[in-house]
Ligand binder design. Structure first.
Ligand SMILES: [Zn+2]
Length: 76
């Protein structure tokens, strides 16, 4: 009975030590979560910049707040 407990304990230890290794080898691959960001064009000066860095006004993108304000001043 004592040996059964020992064998069980060894199997549990082996199982615990084997799993992080499997995970580590998988995480070595490049994660597919980082996607290339969409590029947008400033409606005023025409400079291209990532969508996340642009100033958005509806469907229109600007490179900075100044250009957005300037475009709005022109339309009003
Ligand atoms: Zn601009």
């Amino acid at each position: 009975m004592k040996y059964l407990f020992l064998i069980g304990l060894i199997l549990i230890i082996l199982w615990i030590f084997r799993h992080p290794k499997n995970r580590r080898s998988r995480s070595g691959e490049i994660p597919a979560t980082r996607r290339p960001e969409r590029m947008v064009k400033c409606a005023r000066c025409g400079v291209h910049l990532p969508e996340g860095e642009s100033v958005q006004d509806g469907a229109t993108h600007y490179c900075c707040i100044e250009h957005r304000n300037a475009a709005q001043d022109r339309t009003d």
